[in-house]
Design a protein. Structure first.
Length: 315
């Protein structure tokens, strides 16, 4: 729309909003052939559940009628309903069940077309979410990405694995930046459960460690860093083995390597080993966690030396 307006192409915007409570009550009153004042209690519940969305209203009312929560009483010759049961209803489950049933009745070609449209909508929301993140509007980004994920089919981790992985990680990042740590951890756990390989999960583990440090959970951060580095081939020593004598040997060795290797040639060298590149991403967090976790600075000094040695050896 913005591009069309910039190009001076005549456009007409139509804003579609939900029904007001009054309009919804009028519609329900007409449908049930009852006075508006009699229907108001039901209308308030339906409005609360559907926010006045006409499509949801129709589906929700049909759901209530089909399951006997909204019924015609022959003795009183009028429609009746169970307000307490309706108030306890979860519209999401009901509407999704109805939509799923209708979807199953469509042809295979039509279902495939709708799935393609859903994926297209997901990508549009993901692009909007990425742009919002770049603009530091993280809560807005989270909303876009939530919509993107909701458009994917139930089996999206099988049918759209790469897209599911990208959207879930971006959503977790946006949640973290919005201080929604609980939501971020739930999303990351889903990635850990559904991810095909360690490589796909590494960015999520790095983000999880960042979340731990942000909340002061240094033990969790240290343990997760240690576990991931061990998985990547690093040997993480036990704290009691890193004595002043050990550090006193490692630090001079590292300084000697700096004197021998550091220079213009080293500065222009890129790390080609992907495993080493990933290892070096985890060491700064391990060093930070070590600083707060251990009373003595020996572990932190040891890890700093190890990270410098790896960098000198590989670029």
């Amino acid at each position: 729309m913005e591009r069309l307006e910039i190009s001076n192409v005549p456009t007409t915007k139509v804003c579609l909003t939900g029904l007001s409570l009054e309009d919804l009550n009028t519609m329900i009153s007409d449908a049930l052939c009852l006075f508006p004042r009699i229907c108001m209690s039901l209308s308030k519940i339906v409005f609360q559940k559907t926010k006045g969305n006409p499509f949801f209203v129709l589906e929700f009312m049909q759901s209530l009628q089909s399951r006997g929560l909204l019924f015609y009483d022959c003795r009183q010759k009028r429609w009746m309903w169970n307000e307490e049961s309706i108030h306890a209803e979860d519209i999401t489950d009901n509407v999704l069940h109805l939509l799923s049933s209708k979807m199953n009745g469509l042809s295979d070609d039509m279902q495939m077309l709708l799935k393609a449209m859903a994926c297209f909508g997901t990508k549009l929301n993901m692009a909007a979410g990425k742009k919002a993140i770049e603009s530091c509007r993280h809560k807005t980004a989270y909303s876009y990405l939530y919509n993107a994920l909701s458009l994917l089919p139930d089996d999206h981790w099988d049918s759209n694995y790469d897209l599911s992985l990208r959207v879930s990680f971006m959503m977790a990042s946006a949640a973290n930046s919005s201080s929604m740590y609980g939501e971020a951890e739930i999303l990351l756990q889903r990635i850990f459960d559904k991810g095909h390989c360690t490589t796909d999960k590494l960015p999520s583990y790095h983000l999880l460690i960042t979340i731990f440090l942000s909340q002061g959970k240094v033990v969790d951060a240290y343990n997760t860093c240690s576990s991931m580095l061990s998985h990547l081939g690093e040997t993480i020593p036990e704290p009691e083995t890193v004595t002043p004598k050990v550090v006193g040997k490692v630090v001079p060795e590292t300084l000697q390597m700096v004197r021998e290797i550091y220079g213009a040639e080293w500065l222009g060298k890129k790390i080609e080993n992907e495993s080493v590149r990933q290892i070096l991403k985890f060491y700064p967090a391990l060093i930070t966690a070590s600083f707060f976790y251990f009373e003595q600075p020996y572990m932190m000094a040891y890890f700093v030396a190890r990270m410098v040695q790896l960098s000198l050896q590989h670029g």
